[in-house]
Write a protein that binds this ligand. Sequence first.
Ligand code: HEC
Length: 204
Amino acid sequence: MKNKTILFLLCSVMLAGACSRRESAELPSDLAERATLTGREVSGAFMVTIKGRLLEAIEEGGPVAAIRVCHEDAGGITASAAQRAGVMDLRRTSMRLRNPENKPTGLDEIAWGHFNDPDSDARQEVEDWVTVDPDDDDRVVYYRALRTIRLCTTCHGSADQIPSEVRVALAEHYPDDRAVGFEEGDLRGLLRVDLARASLEESL
Ligand code: HEC
């Protein structure tokens, strides 16, 4: 009996500890809402621009020429979006990478689980998610799911969807390419926007 009481007390203390930690990492709802709106704006602009440039490049020079867009232009668009007030960083990542430089952090992996079940690839009905960077309280991180649409399968689809000249070019630039075999609707990657907490608070 006595042991049970001690165990109960011990559990309560541990749970209380866990709860307060969780609370400190959570965002107040007005701040979360502001971060979501800013994140949606920035990521929306990125997606519209990159899709437009991809289509344009494919039309003008074919899909091999468009490979450059997903590499160089993505960097350029990312840099210009990051100049917006409060945006500290903007990047793309995935659990199945083409460019190893885009490799996911621990937080990115947790985010992936909010959009897709990591064990089964089953889709979760969530398109964006905000959280605080556990390594830096001043950073609010916004994630947006990048789902595969038909346009993407030219370079990320199955072998019969990717034109042979594109396969050759990809093999040349990305020898460890794992970003193929995606079907329409699959989670291809995440767009991550890091926002300065102080700027968000100022704009409330
Ligand atoms: C013309 C070919 C092409 C098309 C079309 C294309 N991509 Fe890519 N994608 C690439 C290349 C090349 C890279 C590697 C970029 C780099 O070097 O950073 C890449 C990288 C990515 C990454 C970064 C993670 C990684 O694997 O390195 C994501 C996310 C991504 N693409 C999503 C998409 C989505 C979503 C679409 C459709 C809207 C799309 N791509 C259409 C060629 C393409």
